[in-house]
Design a protein around this ligand. Structure first.
Ligand SMILES: [Zn+2]
Length: 257
């Protein structure tokens, strides 16, 4: 029986990697977090979703497919530490891990790395690591920190400032891991900002280093009571198709700009 080439880096043999690297110069990397997601969602939501998105996007690519590296499951989650279950890396630890992964794939001949990041707290570290890897190895690093999911939220997500374990994230979890959502534990909406101009959706943004418990006693930022499976399915469909499109764009580019 002819063995089918796996899409996961970890399931490939070293000969598979050698073979793939002749056709494809891109590698995909999911990055997430292990952190409290309210009383009702699993701790690994961001990590699971980053891998889920990449797996679904890669299924939509014909011909040689870029391999998906194992997930970097831990992220920078210090702002969630006052809730049980959160495990955080220091920003410098995550940066060092990413740089080592980037150096490794560059050593094996790959020229591009596409990071699918499921957790907003990682974003600034990923962008710094991307820049450092470019300087040091020439690796071209793309970072998607939920941008592909944004268009799907318009007209669908009703809750303002819905960023964590709320309407959006509970909907996507109901759609891809219904069995792990504790619907009986969904809390009421309870969040506040130190000043209205500091709300996440304020224009122009007024950024500050918040801890989740300072904005919400439930650890939820948004309204999970408005979540539905249908919303989640629509969000995934639009986000995955845009991600697949962007991966194809990157695959069609030369290794340098
Ligand atoms: Zn999350």
């Amino acid at each position: 029986m002819k063995r089918e080439l796996p899409i996961h880096w970890g399931e490939m043999t070293r000969e598979d990697i050698l073979c793939v690297s002749r056709d494809v110069d891109l590698v995909l990397l999911p990055v997430g977090s292990i952190e409290q997601h309210g009383p009702h969602l699993p701790l690994d939501t961001d990590s699971f979703d980053a891998m889920y998105m990449l797996e679904e996007a890669v299924k939509r690519i014909d011909g040689p497919r870029p391999p998906i590296l194992p997930t970097v499951s831990y992220g920078v989650s210090d702002h969630h530490m006052s809730f049980p279950g959160t495990v955080t890396l220091r920003p410098e630890t995550l940066e060092a891990v990413l740089i080592d992964i980037g150096r490794s794939v560059a050593t094996h001949g790959f020229q591009k790395l596409f990071i699918c990041n499921g957790h907003g707290g990682n974003t600034s570290v990923l962008n710094i690591a991307a820049r450092k890897l470019k300087r040091e190895t020439g690796l071209l690093v793309f970072v998607d920190s939920g941008e592909c999911m944004e268009p799907g939220k318009k007209g669908l997500i009703e809750t303002k400032n819905d960023v964590h374990a709320g309407e959006y994230e509970t909907s996507t979890s109901l759609a891809n891991r219904n069995e792990l959502v504790d619907s009986d534990a969904i809390p009421g909406q309870e969040m506040g900002f130190p000043h209205p101009s500091m709300a996440f959706n304020h224009v122009p943004p007024f950024n500050f280093a918040w801890d989740t418990h300072e904005l919400s006693s439930t650890g939820v930022l948004g309204d999970p009571a408005k979540a539905t499976v249908e919303k989640g399915e629509k969000l995934w469909e639009s986000g995955i198709s845009l991600l697949a499109e962007r991966i194809k764009i990157v695959m069609g580019m030369k290794g340098h700009l």
